[in-house]
Design a binder for this molecule. Structure first.
Ligand SMILES: Nc1nc2c(c(=O)[nH]1)N[C@H]1C(S)=C(S)[C@@H](COP(=O)(O)O)O[C@H]1N2
Ligand SMILES: [Mo]
Length: 262
């Protein structure tokens, strides 16, 4: 019960007002964790203190700040993978992404396979927002894309779905144990948030390869690493442990917070 003790310690010191609520959640968590040690990892992420405190304090539809055209002072800085060398990706690029399909699978009644024309026909949303990378830089840019909510409605998400997993086309790491593809995940509140879009436009032009063409996530209330680029698939799930190393994202598997609220 180390986790419980350290949480209690933290709460006593810095968030006394919330401790009652948070601790009742903790007790429930310990019960589940005891039943199955394997689920503990993801429960810690999805039930981390930051996550639960932010979800308690924040209205589900609170908007991230939006800016004006005059606030865009530089091109969007590319980061992470900026030029995927995966064979499949390169063939999509050379065909102008005409063979690209976004697959929507998992806990849905109506699985989808959408080409870009179909995605662009969905009533779009444009927003000028600030991207904050965990490395300490920020960039304001204008994003245009399809609201994820519209795609989820079309796919008819089953009630037991708790997370959206984004599968990406790019290999971020090549190691002895094989190639590792980037992936990410968010909860259903962020998935249905009005500013959560699958962007295909950046600063009034087509989304460039370096920023995630043909489709990348914008989830504006979290840090940059949550915003998966080169998205090939969206999977609705109730458990994140089967993916990657089980923590809900490439960077989470390497120690970053699953809930990267800002
Ligand atoms: N598929 C994929 N998505 C990714 C990354 C990546 O390497 N691969 N890097 C992440 C990080 S750390 C950041 S800050 C942003 C960078 O987006 P940008 O290249 O448009 O600045 O993408 C995020 N999404
Ligand atoms: Mo980042």
């Amino acid at each position: 019960m180390t986790m419980k003790l350290s949480r209690r310690g933290f709460l006593t010191g810095s968030a006394v007002g919330l401790s009652g609520v948070a601790l009742s959640g903790c007790d429930a968590l310990d019960f589940v964790a005891d039943r199955d040690g394997k689920v503990r990892g993801i429960l810690e992420g999805a039930n981390s203190l930051t996550y639960r405190v932010q979800r308690l304090l924040m209205s589900p539809d609170r908007l991230a700040p939006e800016f004006t055209q005059a606030d865009i002072r530089q091109p969007m800085r590319p980061n992470g993978v900026t030029s995927p060398q995966d064979e499949h990706y390169l063939s999509l690029v050379s065909g102008g992404f005409s063979a690209y399909r976004l697959e929507v699978t998992g806990l849905v009644d109506n699985p989808l396979s959408l080409d870009l024309e179909t995605i662009r026909a969905i009533p779009s949303r444009t927003q000028i927002t600030r991207h904050d990378c965990v490395e300490g830089w920020s960039c304001i840019a204008k994003w245009t894309g399809a609201p994820l909510r519209a795609i989820l409605d079309e796919a008819r998400v089953k009630p037991q779905a708790r997370f959206v997993v984004f599968h990406c086309l790019d290999t971020i790491e090549r190691s002895l144990s094989g190639e590792v593809k980037y992936y990410e995940s968010i909860d259903m509140i962020d998935a249905r948030h009005p500013q959560t879009i699958l962007a295909y436009g950046l600063n009034d032009a087509a989304l460039p390869v370096e920023n995630g063409a043909p489709l990348r996530v914008r989830v504006e209330r979290q840090l940059g690493y949550k915003m998966a680029k080169y998205v090939r698939g969206i999977e609705l799930v109730d458990d994140l442990t089967p993916f990657g190393l089980g923590k809900g994202g490439y960077w989470e598997d390497r120690g970053y917070e699953w809930y990267a609220g800002i």
